[in-house]
Ligand binder design. Structure first.
Ligand code: KDG
Ligand code: MG
Length: 402
């Protein structure tokens, strides 16, 4: 059996997606997501110029060998572009293997460990009252876990506050939007938000919050401590994690559970955080961490240290990534939660999928493979548009972490 062709499809049904489709001489095809938000064309070139020529003629059943060939063989290892390209190949190959076996992918991974995958939705509002209402709407929709983000008094824009109730999309067409950040205003406000949420909805719902890399380790420790009375499910990306050791300081001061990892690419980015038990949830996504082959290893390593998974699932991760993630989540023994930020109707139409939402959980469905495809004719109607994530500056103009 041979891979006899490969195609990279770029489309923008509301936002940009990069999809790899692999073809075999036996007529079985597989698809993988290769989207890196705001740097899409870099992955396209990496795949087209450097990966696909090495794939043609290879046996698609040899997933491990192809993974090692692309990782070790590049010499210049790791990084988001390389690992997204490897992931796209890996997920397409698992899709092909599961289709050949006539099984949903979860059955190849070891079978289901649970009936549904608990997801958290994104509630947000321009102010405290709007955010409290938005959380209530998610509870009515059946969500058991909800991320709450709110506009901050005195700041014109805040991370996580979107344009509508059920959709939040940070990337914008054109050059990067500039936003202004002030840590003191934020820190004074967030505990009030979670106090109001617990007053309104009691101890039942799991509540989550994403700091989005904005704080220093000490400020993160202060926030974690201030939020302890409200029993968060997790506090995410409290400080930038290039320096894994930075989380030790946060950990020493608070028992609020910590989640990190959406921007990580390999096990090496998380090794110290996990083995020193500095975090509770590892957020790496199928698309940005080398696919299922690598993510499985990270999850097994995390299980040794009592760390659970909480895969990134923002809208820039395409339905192909979501499909693969749900098969992984349904299997992985140390599952925590899966992020679910709904795609638009246009995106859902371009990527027909077997997964569905029911009672606060996503279900991968019973289709063979990972259950997600791309409608190429429809995709062609939505050409690529250059788009970027926003950037952040402090009030005096200094660049900060968005
Ligand atoms: O591309 C960046 C987004 O995926 C990110 O800003 C979303 O932080 C995010 C989250 O937790 O979903
Ligand atoms: Mg995040």
């Amino acid at each position: 059996m041979k891979i006899d062709a490969a195609k990279v499809i770029v489309c923008s049904p509301g936002r940009n997606f990069v999809t790899l489709k692999l073809f075999t001489d036996q007529g079985v095809t597989g698809v993988g997501d290769a989207t890196v938000n705001g740097r899409e064309k870099a992955v396209v070139a990496y795949l087209e110029e450097h990966v696909i020529p090495c794939l043609i003629g290879r046996d698609p059943r040899r997933i491990e060998d192809i993974w090692q060939y692309l990782y070790r063989g590049a010499y210049w290892r790791r990084g988001p572009i390389t690992m997204a390209a490897i992931s796209a190949v890996d997920v397409a190959l698992w899709d092909i293997k599961a289709k050949m076996a006539g099984m949903p992918l979860v059955d190849l991974l070891g079978g289901r460990s649970r009936d549904g995958v608990m997801v958290y939705g994104h509630a947000n509002g321009a102010d405290l009252a709007e955010t409290v209402d938005a959380v209530g709407r998610y509870i009515e929709l059946g969500y058991r876990a909800i991320r709450a983000q709110s506009g901050v008094p005195g700041l014109a824009k805040a991370y996580g506050v979107g344009r509508g109730d059920l959709h939040y999309e940070p990337a914008g067409v054109g050059l990067p939007d500039e936003t202004v950040w002030d840590t003191r205003k934020y820190l004074a406000y967030v505990p009030k938000l979670f106090e109001a949420l617990r007053d309104a909805y009691g101890p039942g719902p799991h509540l989550l919050h994403d700091v989005h890399h904005r704080l220093t380790p000490l400020e993160a420790a202060q926030l974690g401590k201030a939020l302890e009375p409200y029993n968060l499910f997790w506090l995410e990306d409290a400080t930038p994690a290039e320096n894994q050791e930075a989380f030790r300081l946060i950990r020493q001061h608070t028992t609020t559970p910590l989640a990190v990892g959406e921007v990580f690419n390999t096990i090496w980015d998380a090794k110290d955080l996990i083995s020193n038990q500095l975090i509770d949830y590892i957020r790496m996504a199928v698309v940005h961490s080398g696919g299922l082959t690598h993510l499985r290893r990270i999850a097994d390593f995390a299980a040794v240290w009592g760390v659970r998974t909480g895969c990134h699932g923002a809208t820039d991760l395409s339905p192909v990534c979501m499909g693969a993630a749900l098969h992984f989540d349904a299997w992985v023994p140390n599952f925590g939660v899966q992020e679910y930020m709904r795609h638009t109707e246009e995106t859902d139409a371009v990527f027909p999928h077997a997964y569905y939402f029911e009672a606060g959980a996503l279900h991968p469905g019973d289709a063979v493979g990972h259950g997600v495809d791309i409608d190429e004719a429809l995709a062609a109607k939505y050409p690529y548009e250059r788009a970027y994530l926003p950037v952040a500056r402090l009030e005096d103009g200094t660049m900060w972490n968005w």
